[in-house]
Design a protein around this ligand. Structure first.
Ligand SMILES: NC(=O)c1ccc[n+]([C@@H]2O[C@H](COP(=O)([O-])OP(=O)(O)OC[C@H]3O[C@@H](n4cnc5c(N)ncnc54)[C@H](O)[C@@H]3O)[C@@H](O)[C@H]2O)c1
Length: 343
C-alpha cells in the first residue's frame, strides 16, 4: 500500500489527502495525476515541490496510455478523486461530467485490472442517494436515486466499480461522503464562496428559502476515513462517511457572518437551483463499527478553523479570483514534471 496513485490530487479534497498521507506515512510515495481543469490548483500543493515522495503529472484519467504507463512503473493502489464536481456546472455541461466521472473511472478500472493494482478506492458522494425528507439518514443500502447530472455521473461510476468487483473479482471499494469544507476549497462551493464574499463585503447568495440541509464534514475527517478504508476496508464494500453535523444553508451563512463580524443584511436570497436536493444526512455506523473511524471535528470548530485559514491565506483566494493560480504551475514547476517521460 505504500505507492499510491492519487488522481485529482490538485483539487480540494485530493490535495488535503496528499498532505494527510505524506504527513502520516512519511515513507509512502504518491504519484499525483491531475488534468488541472479550472478546479485544479497547484497552489494547493505548495511546499511539496521538492518532496521526493510526491510527484505531479499533468494528465487526464481518460488517457489509457498515460495511466497504463504510470501503473507499469508501479503503484499498489489508486485513490480516485478526479472528477467534475460542481452541481451547477453539471446542469449546463453534463457531457463533461459523463466523460471524466464515468469514462475516466472506467479507464482507471481497466488499467488497474491490467496492471493488477491491489486496490482502487473510488471517492464518491452521498448525492448518489438523492434527497431525504425531514427525518432519517442514508445507509449503504439506501436506493441510488441521483437528481443532478453530477450525482448521476458519480452514481454511474459507482455502479461500474461495483460491476467490476462482481464480474472480475476486482479489488474496488467505494466511499460515499457528505459535504466537505476546509482549506483549499474552490470558491464556487458554498462555504468558501460565503467566506470570500463576506470578507469582501459582497452579497452572500443563498438558494431558495435557505432551508436546504447539508451534513457537513471537515475535510481532515474525510481524509482520515479514506485512510481507514484504504488500509482496513474490505474489497467490494461501500462505506458511508459523515459527521452528523446537519445545518441548513442559511445557518451556515449566519455563522460565517458572525465569525467575521459582518452584518446579516449581506444575505441575498436567489432563485433556487433546479432539482435542488432538500436534505442529506448520512449514517456512518458501518465505518464506525467495522473500521473504528469516527469524525472528530464539530462544525463550530471546523468552521472557525476554515474561516481562519481563508483569512490568513488571502493571497490563495486572491490568486483564484484573479486567475493567477493558473500560472502557478509554470512559475513553480516549469516543464519539469509535466509528463511521465520527463520525470
Ligand atoms: N467536495 C465535496 O463535498 C465532496 C463530497 C463527497 C465526495 N466528493 C468527491 O470527492 C472528489 C474530489 O472532490 P473535490 O471537492 O476535491 O473536487 P475538486 O473539483 O476540488 O477537484 C477535482 C480535481 O479533479 C481534477 N480533474 C478533473 N477532471 C480530471 C480528469 N479528466 N483527469 C484528471 N484530473 C481531473 C481537477 O483538475 C481537480 O483538481 C470528487 O470525486 C467528488 O465527487 C466531494
Amino acid at each position: 500500500m505504500s505507492r499510491i496513485l492519487v488522481t485529482g490530487g490538485a483539487g480540494f479534497i485530493g490535495s488535503n489527502f496528499v498532505r494527510f498521507i505524506l504527513d502520516r506515512y512519511p515513507d509512502y510515495r504518491i504519484v499525483n495525476l491531475d488534468k488541472l481543469t479550472y478546479a485544479g490548483n497547484l497552489e494547493n500543493l505548495s511546499g511539496l515541490e521538492k518532496n521526493p515522495h510526491h510527484s505531479f503529472i499533468q494528465g487526464d484519467i481518460c488517457d489509457a496510455d498515460l495511466v497504463g504507463r504510470i501503473l507499469e512503473k508501479g503503484a499498489d493502489v489508486i485513490v480516485n478523486f478526479a472528477a467534475e464536481t460542481h452541481v451547477d456546472r453539471s446542469i449546463l455541461q453534463s457531457a463533461d461530467f459523463v466523460r471524466t466521472n464515468v469514462l475516466g473511472t472506467l479507464n482507471l478500472l481497466e488499467q488497474a485490472r491490467k496492471y493488477k493494482v491491489a486496490r482502487l478506492l473510488q471517492v464518491s458522494t452521498d448525492e448518489v442517494y438523492g434527497s431525504l425528507g425531514p427525518s432519517g439518514a442514508f445507509t449503504e443500502l439506501s436506493p441510488i436515486a441521483p437528481n443532478s447530472p453530477y450525482a448521476a455521473s458519480k452514481a454511474s461510476a459507482d455502479l461500474l466499480v461495483r460491476s467490476y468487483c462482481k464480474t472480475h473479482g476486482f479489488p474496488g471499494i467505494i466511499t460515499r461522503c457528505s459535504n466537505n469544507y476546509g482549506p483549499y476549497q474552490f470558491p464556487e462551493k458554498l462555504i468558501p464562496l460565503l467566506i470570500s464574499n463576506a470578507m469582501a463585503g459582497l452579497p452572500l447568495p443563498i438558494y431558495g428559502d435557505g432551508l436546504n440541509v447539508r451534513d457537513w464534514i471537515y475535510v481532515r475527517d474525510h481524509c482520515a476515513a479514506l485512510d481507514a478504508v484504504l488500509h482496513r476496508g474490505r474489497d467490494g464494500e461501500v462505506y458511508n462517511v459523515g459527521a452528523k453535523q446537519e445545518i441548513p444553508n442559511i445557518q451556515v451563512a449566519r455563522r460565517i457572518l458572525e465569525s467575521l463580524g459582518k452584518d446579516e443584511n449581506l444575505i441575498t436570497y436567489v432563485e433556487d437551483r433546479p432539482g435542488h436536493d432538500r436534505r442529506y444526512a448520512i449514517d456512518s455506523t458501518k465505518m464506525e463499527s467495522q473500521l473504528g473511524w469516527h469524525a472528530e471535528i464539530l462544525f463550530e470548530a471546523g468552521l472557525r478553523a476554515t474561516v481562519e485559514w481563508y483569512r490568513s491565506n488571502s493571497s490563495w483566494m486572491e490568486h483564484v479570483r484573479n486567475g493567477e493560480y493558473l500560472t502557478y504551475y509554470d512559475r513553480m514547476y516549469g516543464q519539469r514534471q509535466r509528463t511521465l517521460a520527463e520525470r
